[in-house]
Design a protein around this ligand. Structure first.
Ligand code: HXC
Length: 257
């Protein structure tokens, strides 16, 4: 497939998507959205892929939605054209996704990272929702996901001032899963993705589904979901293999069924 704004490659069971618009600090325009969604969907339907990494450059994960593309739009354009709607498909990918963030993750860039399951941050990472400085507000889920990630008061501080926070503050706040030296970011992302991809796909999909459930439902509903999804895994070969491997003191060989 010919992509123009991203680089796509497979390393073992890990699918890599690298945002590649260096002249615009990886600003997310409609074409980037279309290409990222297509690449992620292709990885998602490939049983040979057990984890996806999304990354940018050393300077920028992504500096936001493309301001130049949005500038002249009307409210009706945004609404009827469902300008950011494609990203919903990205957030719905079943395969675990790691955001490997170096440099700027601002606006839509921060929101893209928050659509991923793990945010691995280089010590150079800078997160923020600066939309207020452009006269708008977060539009790709930031107002909702950031509150859930870091709590109301930190989210309000970022969204109302538009300031950036560094990697240490992002980790302290619970936005970054982990911070690593910038030079190690991609290797750490691959290592983490491999650790995930070595597990069984049914259990990975199940884990992601119940994690999503935790953000979307009441405790009682979430616990009901967990109970059923947990039980369903006992009908997989991977569960028998995982538990047999434990008893036999060996590494499990998951087949993804
Ligand atoms: C389009 C962008 C861009 C963006 C950077 N560029 N961010 N183009 N959309 N979001 C372009 C610049 O115009 C410039 O190209 C080139 O990338 C390099 O950027 P510079 O500003 O020259 O770099 P620097 O001085 O190092 O500053 C880096 C920066 C700054 C602090 C990240 O670029 C910046 O503030 N960017 C905008 C961040 C932002 O507001 N993001 C939120 C967008 S709204 P040229 O060709 O001009 O030199 C959003 C949510 C959408 O994401 C939902 C609401 C509707």
């Amino acid at each position: 497939t010919d992509y123009e704004t991203i680089l796509v490659e497979t390393r073992g069971r890990v699918g890599w998507i690298t945002l590649n618009r260096p002249d615009a600090l990886n600003a997310l325009n409609t074409q980037v959205c279309r290409e990222v969604v297509a690449a992620a969907s292709a990885f998602d339907s490939d049983a040979g892929i057990g984890a996806i990494v999304v990354t940018g450059s050393e300077r920028a994960f992504a500096a936001g939605a493309d301001i130049k593309e949005m500038e002249s739009k009307t409210g009706l354009d945004m609404l009827l054209g469902d300008h950011f709607g494609g990203w919903t498909q990205f957030a719905a990918v079943r395969t675990p996704v790691i955001a490997a963030v170096a440099g700027y993750a601002l606006g839509g860039g921060c929101e893209l990272a928050m659509m991923c399951d793990i945010i691995l941050a280089a010590d150079t990472a800078k997160f923020g929702q600066p939309e207020i400085t452009l006269g708008v507000i977060p539009g790709m889920g930031g107002s909702q996901r950031l509150v859930r990630a870091v709590g109301y008061y930190k989210a309000a501080d970022l969204i109302l001032t538009g300031r950036m926070m560094d990697a240490a503050e992002a980790e302290r706040s619970g936005l970054a899963s982990r911070v690593v030296p910038a030079a190690d970011l991609l290797a750490e992302a691959q290592k983490t993705a491999e650790a995930i991809a070595a597990k069984g796909l049914p259990a990975l999909y199940a884990a992601k589904a119940v994690l999503d459930g935790a953000l979307e439902s009441s405790l009682a509903e979430g616990l009901r979901l967990e109970k059923h999804v947990f039980a369903s895994l006992f009908d997989t070969e991977d569960q028998k293999e995982g538990m047999a491997a434990f008893r036999e003191k060996r590494t499990p060989d998951f087949r993804g069924r």
